[in-house]
Design a binder for this molecule. Sequence first.
Ligand code: 1AG
Length: 129
Amino acid sequence: MPASLCGTWDMISNVNFDGYMSALISVYLRKIALRLKLRKVIEQQGDQYIIKTLSTFRNYAISFKTGQVFEEFTKGLDNRHIKSTVTWQGNKLTCEQVGEKKNRGWAHWVEGDKLHLELHCDGEVCKQV
Ligand code: 1AG
């Protein structure tokens, strides 16, 4: 069993967030987004998850069951409609996001007492802890 991702997690590092965002949105919002200290709140009941990304500027939340494709609308982010599927790959909770943008997705995992997130889109990879 992978370590639980549940809890409230405050960002301590964020590498190449601007590069990742450049694959998705224009420069104006990126300037604001780059300054944010994001908080993740992750809740789980069985294979049902809720992941909230919270900030002083905007909030974003998704709710899904692992192994089942769901319609994701990235409201307040890049505002795209994508088909998302989240599965466990080893110790990583991994999401594939199929839509207009190629090679889009993310993975969450716990290492020690820290929550990690890798976001990718096109050739860009952002690493958040
Ligand atoms: C995510 O995390 C969303 C995390 O899917 C937010 C990360 C990136 C934002 C994406 C594109 C930039 C678009 C607009 C920037 C404007 C505001 C930024 C506000 C961010 C806080 C909501 C993966 C996973 C589950 O944790 O969602």
